[in-house]
Design a protein around this ligand. Structure first.
Ligand SMILES: Nc1ncnc2c1ncn2[C@@H]1O[C@H](COP(=O)(O)OP(=O)(O)OP(=O)(O)O)[C@@H](O)[C@H]1O
Length: 358
């Protein structure tokens, strides 16, 4: 189901002006503080009436100012997943989940409770109260409660921002399952590029109230003007080939083989791997005697100088593009030029578990 977000709204000193349509899946709203993410989702949620616009999930229209139509907030059928979970402390997990179901319209059957419980791995928690749950468990219950309200859209507003790295890594796979197994579109607000890489079907990069870029994550994450020079990364599709006894997993990508710290997934599983541009080193000559395990040979496709002392060098490696962030001094010292053969070097341990997703 496509998601149409066409909105104009003005505050003193700030204007939101967005007109995009995203395909089904997870649409991540990505942008720095003050770029307008909250303003946009408040308009979707019905908490803010924008000056003008149209918001629709497929043919389910939430707002159409031209037609003078504005669906009231309680009829929008949005499932919310917030940062702190916002569960009712006096209710058990089961009661919290069933509370969600209470909001499902009478003529719609929500996902069965058993399936949601299984999908989120919360079967053992059903009789506990929120005070006896970890942050990650609370998040999973909050996702379940949202799903059981039979939503037409799930709105996740920085749901992982309050969690530490380990808890984030625990929750991300559940959002991946949601994306892959439930047909409800998800609008997900984040300013973490790891979450973009893992979850997004489509990324909307917002800057100063405008869309700086929209597209699949592999394209938007490679665009420094959209995500900021420091966040630039490549996103490679990879297939798990084998797990080796020394704790490394061998992956096949269109750019060549990669050896990374053990990833989840049986051999044959297709995953996506985020490689931060600042973790890639370049060499003109085939390196020898290096400790780094991943050396990929490619051709320089493009050199994009930044505003500071760094440049992004885009390598065509097999059918993939790999981006390296190196200093301009290194570009000059190595006399890097488009068309040259170049080797990209990546330390295995530079790729963290949260960089690898389904
Ligand atoms: N009610 C309001 N009245 C006036 N200005 C507002 C109002 N709400 C938001 N703004 C301004 O609109 C701009 C965008 O704010 P918004 O909260 O949408 O950004 P954001 O991307 O969600 O930021 P963050 O990541 O920090 O939550 C900011 O400059 C903010 O000060």
């Amino acid at each position: 189901m496509t998601l149409q977000l066409a909105l104009r709204h003005r505050f003193a000193g700030f204007a939101l002006d967005v007109d995009v349509t995203a395909p089904p899946g997870v649409t991540v709203l990505f942008g720095p503080s003050g770029s307008g993410k909250t303003t946009l989702i408040n308009a979707v949620a019905g908490l803010l009436r924008p000056d003008a616009g149209r918001i629709a999930v497929a043919d389910w229209v939430l707002l159409d100012t031209k037609a003078r139509y504005c669906l009231p907030r309680h009829k929008r059928r949005i499932g919310y997943v917030f940062q702190e979970g916002r569960l009712f402390p006096h209710l058990t997990v089961r009661q919290n989940l069933l509370y969600g179901r209470w909001f499902a319209p009478r003529n719609v059957t929500p996902e069965p409770l058993d399936r949601v419980v299984e999908m989120l791995g919360i079967g053992a928690l059903l009789e506990r109260r929120p005070a006896a749950l970890s942050g990650g468990e609370k998040s999973r219950v909050a996702i379940g409660r949202a799903l059981l309200s039979a939503p037409r859209l799930i709105l996740a507003d920085e749901p992982l921002a309050a969690l530490d790295e380990a808890r984030k890594a625990e929750i991300l796979p559940y959002f991946e399952r949601l994306r892959d197994e439930i047909s409800v579109p998800i609008l997900y607000v984040s300013h973490a590029s790891v979450e973009v890489a893992r979850l997004a079907t489509t990324v909307i990069a917002l800057q100063g109230g405008r869309v700086a870029a929209i597209g699949p994550p592999e394209r938007v994450l490679g665009d420094a003007s959209a995500v900021g020079a420091r966040e630039v990364a490549s996103l490679l599709r990879a297939r798990v080939v084998a797990h080796h006894d020394d704790g490394l997993s061998e992956l096949a990508t269109a750019a060549g083989a990669l050896h990374l710290p053990r990833v989840a997934g049986a051999p044959g599983t297709v995953i996506r791997v985020r490689i931060a541009a600042s973790d890639v080193i370049l060499s003109r000559a085939a390196p020898v005697g290096l400790s780094a395990l991943n050396i990929l040979q490619g051709t320089i496709a493009e050199i994009q100088p930044g505003r500071g002392p760094a440049a992004r060098v885009v390598l065509a490696v097999g059918a993939e593009r790999l981006i390296a962030r190196v200093t301009l001094r290194a570009v000059a010292a190595l006399s890097l030029q488009p068309g040259q053969t170049c080797y990209a070097i990546l330390k295995s341990v530079a790729v963290a578990p949260e960089d690898v997703g389904r």
